[in-house]
Design a protein around this ligand. Structure first.
Ligand code: PGA
Length: 257
């Protein structure tokens, strides 16, 4: 049994008052959906205040990124241990907005170091992988996923399945309104699970693989029914109480389990 996880990636949106209101709304409405684990990932500077707001609630905290070095002269960076000290359980790593945007261009080696740093600090990485539109159209989607997941997990030993979450996030579906079809998602997730098997062994069966990319209340249900889809990483639709809760509800009702 893989317990579905719905994680909200707030990216660089909202202010503190709006975040507090959002979390209060999620908290007030999430009780009926206890079968689904819920996490929110605010910008780094808001991890501490949001940790306070969700204390004594089932909502978990995640960071959107971290740096792989343990300490030292790295102006502007935040280490995995610092993130862990806020009470965060998760850290998104390798999001396409960090792999592909100007000024970041994180490569697979850096993502591998970040995964290892997160694990060493006791955090659970939400490792994002996904092909671009160009790669999909060239028939390279499976190959890209194979490469990204093996590179990110190179040298990683998983003590237990809870210590890793993978997110399939086709780059062409993020923030575009064009979600992958449930069949496309299942195909990619099954492929990722088989690659995970090759990398970390049998424990892969219990590792959760989330889908991310334009998940909305009206398309969440059919995606979540897919056998290898174990929840979602939600961007735009996680910024409003109603849409985030509706996705959580659709997941509670549809998750394959
Ligand atoms: P989106 O973002 O839901 O706005 O497409 C998803 C993500 O980037 O994790």
């Amino acid at each position: 049994m893989r317990r579905p996880l719905i994680a909200g990636n707030w990216k660089m949106n909202l202010n503190l008052a709006q975040m507090r209101a959002l979390v209060a709304g999620i908290r007030a409405g999430c009780d009926p959906f206890g079968s689904v684990e819920i996490a929110v990932c605010p910008p780094t500077v808001y991890l501490f205040p949001i940790a306070e707001v969700i204390a004594d609630s089932p909502i978990r905290l995640g960071a959107q990124d971290l740096y792989y070095e343990a300490q030292g002269a790295f102006t502007g960076e935040v280490s995995a241990a610092m993130v862990a000290e806020t009470g965060a359980r998760y850290a998104i790593i390798g999001h396409s907005e960090r792999r592909h945007t100007i000024g970041h261009h994180e490569d697979d080696r850096m993502i591998n170091l970040k995964v290892k740093a997160a694990l060493a600090a006791g955090l659970t990485p939400i490792l994002c992988v996904g092909e671009t539109l160009e790669e999909r159209e060239a028939g390279q989607a499976a190959e890209v996923l194979t490469f990204q997941i093996s590179a990110a997990l190179s040298g990683v030993k998983l003590a237990s399945p809870e210590r890793l979450v993978v997110a399939y996030e086709p780059v062409w579906a993020i923030g575009t309104g064009h979600n992958a079809t449930p069949e496309q998602a299942q195909q990619a997730h099954a492929h990722l699970r088989s690659r995970l098997h090759a990398g970390v062994g049998k424990v892969a069966e219990e590792v959760r693989i989330l889908y991310g990319g334009s998940v909305k209340p009206d398309n969440a249900g059919p995606i979540m029914t897919q056998r290898d889809v174990d929840g979602g990483l939600i961007g735009g639709a996680s910024l409003k109480v109603d849409s985030f809760l509706a996705i959580i509800q659709a997941t509670a009702e549809n998750a394959a389990g």
